[in-house]
Design a protein around this ligand. Structure first.
Ligand SMILES: [Zn+2]
Length: 164
């Protein structure tokens, strides 16, 4: 019998903290997907010197609900969706010199927001008890008017009714 590899579920949580241990983005090579680290201040892939580099947003937030807290990881699309500002804007506003040092204000502003996170729960999460979930969809519950006719909102409402 095969066990389920991955399940999806929706968690509604208040963002209580933005974790900045690994920075809020990383740089990778779009060609081979390796993480690119600066060599003498220059970013280029060691395997594909002719490839461009790509900024990938990765924001890790701690969310809290009645049952406790857990960590959610948001990548490009989902991160941009709740931050409301594209990564290019964040980079240019903060300057590219030491952008990793501090979180941009737009990201700090996530604290206190209530969001519904659709997450993937993998067998890794279950077997390792690793509570760091990758978010596949996100809805900001603090301002529902910004996402009208969102099917996920509908889903949340149903779920909420069930929870209430
Ligand atoms: Zn590469």
């Amino acid at each position: 019998m095969k066990i389920l590899q991955m399940i999806r579920c929706i968690c509604k949580a208040n963002i209580v903290e933005v974790l900045n241990g690994n920075g809020w983005y990383y740089i990778c090579c779009p060609n081979c997907a390796r993480t690119v680290r600066p060599v003498e201040g220059k970013y280029s892939c060691t395997q594909c010197p002719r490839a461009d580099i790509q900024y990938t947003q990765r924001v890790v937030v701690r969310g809290e609900d009645d049952s406790g807290t857990t960590t959610f990881t948001l990548f490009n699309k989902e991160a941009e969706q709740i931050i409301g500002v594209p990564i290019q804007t964040l980079l240019s506003e903060e300057g590219e010199k030491q952008p990793m040092k501090d979180l941009p204000t737009a990201i700090k502003n996530l604290i206190g927001r209530q969001c519904a996170f659709q997450i993937k729960v993998t067998t890794y999460n279950m077997t390792h008890g690793c509570e760091e979930y990758t978010v596949t969809r996100v809805t900001d519950c603090s301002s529902p008017s910004t996402t009208p006719n969102n099917p996920m909102e509908e889903e949340n409402r149903k779920k909420k009714q069930k929870c209430d």
